[in-house]
Ligand binder design. Structure first.
Ligand code: THU
Length: 131
């Protein structure tokens, strides 16, 4: 399913809004993530930090939970932003989360434009390796 510029802009607006809900008292770095799902719905998440810093949940963790809570499906388009509204890259761990739920064809709005998940996480370890 192709996405127009307006579709991407809408997704980015959802990510911007999600970032306003971040709980980031330690880093003060808000993150919002949004994705389109194969059935057309939109899922989102924000980062949630913890006094035990390593327990922090990235925005993508919340987004993946939202995906499954709402009935599952596959992620088709994804973007994450910081609190200033800049597009940022998902961290390494979250690239793995996105790969699991969107596969190599998931389209990701990156700092260097729209890329496939296969480009963002090349030669990924994934579900096929356990088949
Ligand atoms: N963060 C995310 O939410 N997603 C990412 O992909 C990168 C990092 C959050 C975690 C932490 O709350 C803050 O950004 C600073 O690392």
């Amino acid at each position: 399913m192709g996405a127009t510029e307006a579709d991407w802009a809408e997704l980015r607006a959802v990510a911007d809004e999600a970032a306003t809900h971040a709980y980031a008292p330690y880093s003060k770095y808000r993150v919002g993530a949004a994705a389109r799902v194969s059935d057309g719905r939109v899922v989102a998440g924000c980062n949630v930090e913890n006094a035990a810093y390593g327990v922090t949940l990235c925005a993508e963790c919340g987004l993946v939970s939202d995906l499954h809570l709402g009935g599952g499906g596959r992620l088709t388009h994804f973007v994450c932003v910081n609190g200033d509204g800049d597009v940022i890259m998902p961290c390494g761990r979250c690239r793995q989360l996105l790969f699991e739920n969107g596969g190599p064809e998931l389209l990701v709005w990156t700092v260097s434009g729209i890329r496939t998940m296969a480009e963002v996480l090349p030669d990924a370890f994934g579900p096929e390796d356990l088949a």
